[in-house]
Write a protein that binds this ligand. Structure first.
Ligand code: BGC
Length: 371
């Protein structure tokens, strides 16, 4: 039996029963007249993740450093109002289409669709009111030893310009080994396009630390998508011989200021990498990040064919948790996804979802320490 603080007296552990996890739920304000909750899933060691059903947003991820001291490794805010007013997609579920669709237009089965161009001249992260700004239905549970939070949102046909009634479920599992597992599942009643991701901003030295330029990153990809000056992919290119080569662990800051057209187009690293070992249900290691002062490590695994490596280039000092200022490049994102602008680029994996099909994705953020 497990502790389940929110839940039921009947589920409280007896003295002989070792509690392996706990789940706590607290009111987190109101959005669109709907109450919003903050759920905290803790494992036996006391490491924990907090997630709100506003946007399915991971608001904190508290894990030990090499000395066992707990610290929060994701950027975020203290109140839901701050998320509503000024969040640059901190921690959220991003959809219906994460990343960009050129000029907010795509054609599917001969029909053209028009979306918001909220990142002029392109569509970004689902538009004006994407999945990050919706209130999701929440269901708490466990898979044995690990607490789970399943969030469901049904997006009506035509919402934001996208076709089809789309029902998506995102299940977060917080494991005893400090891994945040995210399982996605979605179905539609009309042909549509879909690209879901999680947009957590990590700083392994602790959120609010100056920059991530000293974090070492290794990405399991020897190709990436170069982009035009509006960040739309122009094709596929090898990373070899460029500052985009992270096939071996390299500090982010080592080459980020090099004189390279792609670093200018992305204002730093803001590019999709093409995974070598992940795709179509096969869970492969996508990236490994290490930070030497804290000793913390992050291993990202995914079933997705791509991962957006973004180095917080547009962070311009919003005040986050506890009033901390989040400076330029003070966090990194590793967003598992299909390729940006895939609805318009036939040589990319298809992002189409049709009635009768089920979209599935698994991505795992595994926090650890190396001494
Ligand atoms: C994009 C960036 C964008 C950031 C926040 C990332 O996924 O690639 O260009 O600035 O999200 O919106």
């Amino acid at each position: 039996m497990k502790t389940h603080i929110l839940a039921l007296a009947a589920l409280l552990p007896s003295a002989s029963d070792a509690a392996k996890f706990s789940i706590n739920a607290q009111p987190f304000g109101e959005v669109d007249g709907k109450p919003v909750q903050l759920y905290t899933l803790s494992n036996e060691s006391g490491a924990k993740v907090s997630i709100t059903n506003y946007g399915g947003t991971v608001t904190s991820l508290i894990v030990p450093d090499k000395n066992g001291t707990m610290g929060d490794v994701v950027l975020g805010f203290d109140t839901v109002d701050d998320y509503v007013e000024k969040s640059p997609y901190f921690g959220c579920v991003t959809g219906r289409y994460a990343n960009r669709i050129a000029k907010g237009k795509f054609t599917l089965d001969g029909k053209e669709y028009t979306l918001a161009t909220n990142n002029a001249p392109n569509h970004l992260h689902g538009g004006e009111k994407g999945f990050d700004k919706q209130v999701w239905n929440a269901n708490l549970g466990n898979d044995g030893d690990n607490p789970t939070l399943a969030l469901t949102y049904t997006s009506p046909d035509g919402e934001g310009g996208y076709p089809g009634t789309l029902t998506s479920t995102v299940t977060y599992t917080w494991t005893q080994h400090n891994a945040l597992r995210i399982d996605y599942n979605a179905t539609t009643d009309k042909p549509t396009v879909l690209n879901l991701t999680n947009h957590s901003y990590f700083n392994l030295a602790g959120e609010g630390s100056e920059t991530v330029l000293d974090h070492k990153v290794q990405i399991n990809a020897d190709r990436y998508n170069p982009v035009d000056p509006t960040s739309i992919p122009t094709g596929i290119a090898p990373v070899k011989g460029t500052p985009f080569d992270f096939t071996t662990a390299t500090p982010i800051g080592k080459r980020i200021e090099q004189d390279h057209e792609q670093l200018k187009n992305g204002k730093g690293y803001d590019h999709n990498y093409i995974m070598k070992d992940s795709r179509d249900g096969k869970l492969g290691v996508a990236a490994i990040v290490t930070e030497s002062t804290s000793g913390r490590t992050l291993i990202v695994k995914t079933t997705e064919p791509g991962i957006q490596f973004y180095t917080g280039n547009f962070l311009d000092g919003p005040k986050g948790k506890g009033g901390k200022v989040y400076n330029h490049r003070s966090a990194l994102c590793l967003e598992a996804q299909t390729f940006p602008d895939a609805p318009n680029q036939k040589e990319f994996p298809s992002p189409a979802l049709r009635p009768g099909e089920t979209y599935v994705q698994t991505t795992i953020y595994h926090l650890g320490v190396s001494k």
